[in-house]
Design a protein around this ligand. Structure first.
Ligand SMILES: [Ca+2]
Ligand SMILES: [Ca+2]
Ligand SMILES: [Ca+2]
Length: 287
């Protein structure tokens, strides 16, 4: 066994202490990153009607859902962007670009201003319950905001509102890791994996009701979490209490397939912008 001289032992101890301190600081720093609060994107429908909604939480992440009267729907993880797209009710989207979709978005509350499905406003809140937008008007469906309902696309011109365009562009540039202007299959998969990790709030490799509960508590108005994962993730089809990456990826790849117009397995900015313009664009007639 090697004998350590007292002075050397002190120096060695000092080095160990410094190493331990550095490691502790690194762990603390990593912990701070891991513990950074994700924010649920939630919709509180405090109206007398149910509404169909479109939700997007990343370039290849999103789904459509319905939120019933006096009910709540939400998705764990960081901010998302959504719009009402409820053709049977004849409701379109908020009248201006609004605040929905900014990174600090927490939740929205829908309120009735009259008896009809179109008589609603919504208020947007950050996760700390401060208001980002109040009483944003809802536009009746039609050319103004819903190209999906446009009868003749040959006679309308649709564009993405600036804030949403900036958000989608940011998603695109993040996903395009090699900066060649196109997202290939590998880049798309990495983006989907990153989205999955954001919604797997407790990082146990599966998305469960626990993740939803944790994240909803982080916004100041936690709803009662329903005992059905399929309510929050309609693609899940009630097959058990957890969603693994493979299931999430399968669902999101199907969704992304609608984006790949020329079927080459890659996503250009033009294709991505067209997809999101269809979902979130504003249209006006052209001569
Ligand atoms: Ca690329
Ligand atoms: Ca989890
Ligand atoms: Ca393509």
């Amino acid at each position: 066994m090697a004998v350590v001289e007292p002075a050397a032992a002190v120096a060695q101890g000092s080095r160990r202490w410094r190493t331990a301190a550095v490691l502790s600081l690194l762990l603390l720093a990593c912990g701070a990153v891991v513990a950074a609060p994700a924010q649920a994107s939630a919709v509180y429908n405090n109206t007398t009607q149910s509404y169909g909604m479109q939700f997007d939480c990343g370039l290849f992440c999103g789904q459509d859902f319905k939120v019933a009267s006096n009910d709540t729907w939400g998705w764990p993880g960081e901010a998302g962007t959504y719009r009402i797209n409820d053709q049977p009710n004849g409701v379109g989207c908020e009248a201006d670009d609004g605040q929905v979709g900014v990174p600090d978005h927490g939740y929205s509350v829908l309120r009735s201003t009259g008896p009809g499905a179109k008589d609603i406003v919504w208020d947007d809140y950050r996760a700390d319950n401060s208001v980002t937008a109040r009483g944003v008007n809802i536009v009746v469906s039609g050319l103004a905001c819903t190209p999906l309902g446009a009868r003749s696309r040959a006679h309308v011109r649709c564009t993405l509102p600036p804030r949403r365009a900036a958000l989608v562009r940011r998603w695109f540039l993040t996903a395009d890791r090699n900066h060649d202007g196109v997202i290939d299959r590998a880049e798309a998969r990495r983006a989907i994996v990153a989205d999955f990790r954001r919604i797997d709030v407790d990082r146990d490799g599966a998305v469960t009701l626990k993740d939803i509960g944790i994240d909803f508590r982080r916004i100041g108005r936690p709803p009662v979490v329903k005992p059905s994962l399929a309510y929050y993730f309609p693609f899940h089809k009630a097959r058990g209490g957890s969603i693994r990456l493979v299931e999430f990826e399968r669902a999101m790849v199907v969704r992304a397939g609608r984006m790949d117009r020329n079927r080459d397995g890659r996503y250009s900015w033009r294709e991505v912008r067209a997809f999101y313009t269809q979902r979130f664009g504003r249209c006006r007639p052209v001569d």
